[in-house]
Design a protein around this ligand. Structure first.
Ligand SMILES: CC(C)(COP(=O)(O)OP(=O)(O)OC[C@H]1O[C@@H](n2cnc3c(N)ncnc32)[C@H](O)[C@@H]1OP(=O)(O)O)[C@@H](O)C(=O)NCCC(=O)NCCS
Length: 189
């Protein structure tokens, strides 16, 4: 799957991306509220090597976030697709996570990439998207709020993160809420 937005291209991560990915994913500030931080370039390369080529129900699917013009890797976006129910139909939420390299933050790239991923998932019949963030991760909370996502839960000290129990906020958005927001924006233009 390749998604194009006005400024970005979302496509597969390749072995040639390992150094750029390690540079931002290995940054302690970037990794501060994330479960995975590569300890070495080799670990980043192995992580890319192990990524699924195609989306699979119930599994994370990682996409590169690149500048459309140059192809430069500026981040990555993960989608955990709904699992299958007993009749073999996809049933459940899609979960999203995104990382943007510090040098490229604050320019609207995460919003643009997540919107494209939401459109892609909702066009495939997914009804609900969720994202889980540490409340101290103010940039992520701001991103999710700016996308119109609603905070639905605050789980206190619900997981172990880098030597301490951490809280977890769950944000959600329904497909019809995104469509209604787009309709409203269209009417006010
Ligand atoms: C969270 C993250 C992906 C945001 O990326 P970004 O490209 O800088 O975000 P955008 O420029 O698209 O900004 C989106 C919105 O969040 C706001 N925002 C972004 N960073 C912010 C910050 N540090 N403080 C306050 N608001 C912030 C922007 O103002 C914007 O709001 P607006 O649309 O109302 O203007 C980035 O900070 C990051 O990679 N953090 C580390 C990885 C991480 O923790 N990921 C978990 C994500 S679920």
């Amino acid at each position: 799957m390749e998604l194009l937005t006005p400024r970005l291209r979302l496509d597969a991560l390749t072995s040639g991306d390992a150094a750029a990915l390690f540079a931002y994913r290995g940054d302690p500030e970037v990794a501060r509220y994330q479960g995975w931080q590569p300890a070495s370039l080799e670990e980043a390369a192995e992580w890319i090597e192990a990524l699924a080529a195609e989306p699979m129900p119930g599994h994370w699917w990682q996409r590169a976030v690149r500048l459309r013009e140059s192809g430069t890797l500026i981040g990555d976006l993960g989608l955990c697709l709904p699992g299958l129910d007993r009749s073999g139909d996809a049933n459940g939420d899609v979960e999203l996570g995104i990382t943007i390299a510090p040098a490229c933050q604050g320019r609207g790239y995460a919003s643009e990439a997540v919107r494209a991923a939401l459109d892609w998932a909702f066009a495939r019949g997914v009804n609900r998207a969720v994202a889980s963030v540490d409340p101290r991760n103010t940039a992520s909370v701001a991103l999710l709020c700016s996308l119109g996502m609603r905070q639905e839960a605050h789980f206190r000290e619900s997981y172990w993160l880098r030597g301490e129990w951490a809280d977890d906020l769950v944000f959600a958005l329904l497909a019809r809420e995104l469509r209604a927001g787009a309709d409203r924006a269209g009417r006010t233009r």
